[in-house]
Design a binder for this molecule. Structure first.
Ligand code: CO
Length: 142
């Protein structure tokens, strides 16, 4: 089956790459010491169960995620897999259109509807089973 291309939700852009960590302060110190980069924002996103920092890297960001507790999605991720790469976030122009496209394409979604992410952006997650075991976040920037 040939699927419609993604043109209707363009432009696509790598918005951020996220890592899950146990100690946000220590990780930010390491980033500053090793690479000389500092976070632009830092906030608690209760809906996601995390405290997160966004560190600008070129035209994109490194997102550093620390769970607020072990009973959160990122907390469970850390217990199962340890620290490291958590997800890749793709910016789309129209998140609702992107989700409709993915549903039509048969992709397994974590979120069938947009929810609130950090920075006031609208986000939704695509299940890792849809793409090579990799958790993908879609971001509509506001
Ligand atoms: Co993210």
């Amino acid at each position: 089956m040939v699927l419609a291309r993604f043109d209707h939700v363009l432009p696509l852009n790598l918005h951020h790459t996220a890592i899950a960590v146990r100690d946000l302060d220590a990780t930010l110190r390491s980033l500053a010491g090793l690479f000389g980069v500092e976070p632009l924002t830092r906030e608690v996103v209760a809906e996601q169960g995390v405290e997160e920092a966004m560190v600008p890297l070129g035209g994109s960001y490194l997102q550093v995620l620390m769970p607020l507790g072990s009973d959160t999605a990122v907390g469970r991720f850390l217990e199962r897999r340890g620290e490291g790469l958590h997800h890749v976030a793709i910016q789309v122009a129209d998140l609702d259109a992107a989700l409709a496209h993915l549903v039509a394409a048969g992709a397994e979604l974590v979120d069938r509807e947009a929810r609130a992410g950090g920075g006031g952006h609208r986000i939704a997650f695509v299940h890792p089973r849809a793409l090579a075991g990799t958790l993908i976040e879609l971001v509509e920037v506001h």
